[in-house]
Design a protein around this ligand. Structure first.
Ligand SMILES: [Fe+2]
Length: 285
């Protein structure tokens, strides 16, 4: 078990649901907000974040830190992030263990890193730099990938664990990404889970992907697959109660469908971690 706050079961807040969430305060433990969607001085996004913040804890989940790049860290972005954190007081701030551009160009994609000693020291140093500016620990998330570097000398799970240790940061463990990468790169997903230090894992992600036969594509446009639920339960047995959020980014369904997935996560958590689950929670979809 670790000592992080347990927020329960939340979802990523998406634009089609803004009005419903603010106006009806639906049942949900917490919301994860995509940082960049709210990184503006005023207007509707600020009203939305203020409205959500009144009723729910929020976490800020970014996609633009590009922590693995060899470009200097974008100080404007970092200072905007720090200002947002002061203003909205998220429970925590996360981004991805990846790079999103180099030479000043943005690829708008979360690119994997070579898993080498040099890369891990580089990334860890930059995470420390970010944490120093923010004055708090951040969470870094494992990304899905479709290629790997011939120069890698470590496994992905060794790299993730070593970066977290070296940077003294927390981990946002995306269970679906572990599953997708295990299939795409031919490793054992359970072994990955079992190799991540318990005391570093502060949050789980769950999402749906597409099966293209020879590879899995991390599209966040489907329900969570049964095999990923199984891996989630495996992770719950190792890590215990870890705050979980559902990501759904394309072909976004009605909010109640996301609620049902969050409730299913709660149900599986309660059965796996506590050995009992409430019978009155409807987890059917
Ligand atoms: Fe994720």
């Amino acid at each position: 078990m670790n000592s992080f706050p347990f927020l329960g079961f939340g979802v990523g807040l998406r634009r089609p649901h803004y009005a419903e969430v603010i106006e009806t305060s639906p049942r949900m433990d917490w919301f994860e907000l995509t940082t960049e969607n709210f990184m503006v001085a005023g207007g509707r996004p600020i009203e939305v974040i203020g409205g959500v913040r009144e009723h729910y804890p929020i976490a800020m989940h970014g996609v633009s830190l590009s922590i693995g790049s060899t470009d200097p860290i974008n100080r404007d972005y970092l200072h905007n992030l720090a200002a947002m954190a002061r203003r909205f007081e998220p429970v925590w701030i996360s981004d991805h263990l990846c790079w999103t551009g180099v030479g000043g160009r943005n690829l708008h994609d979360l690119m994997p890193l070579p898993y080498t000693e040099e890369a891990l020291l580089h990334v860890a140093r930059r995470i420390r730099e970010v944490q120093d500016v923010l004055g708090r620990r951040i969470l870094i998330e494992n990304v899905s990938s479709y290629m790997s570097f011939a120069s890698s000398t470590l496994t992905e799970w060794e790299f993730l664990a070593a970066v977290a240790e070296e940077a003294d940061c927390a981990i946002l463990l995306d269970i679906n990404n572990v599953f997708v990468n295990a299939f795409n790169h031919g490793f054992d997903a359970a072994r990955y889970i079992e190799s991540i230090p318990v005391e570093r894992v502060q949050q789980f992600h769950l999402a749906g992907h597409q099966d293209h036969g020879k590879y899995l594509l991390d599209t966040h446009d489907h329900p969570v697959r049964e095999e990923v639920w199984g891996l989630y339960e495996h992770a719950l047995r190792r890590f215990g109660a870890v705050s979980t959020s559902i990501e759904w980014d394309d072909r976004i369904p009605e909010f109640r469908e996301l609620q049902a997935i969050a409730e299913e996560a709660r149900y599986r958590h309660d059965l796996t971690v506590r050995g009992t689950a409430r019978q009155d929670v409807d987890v059917s979809r």
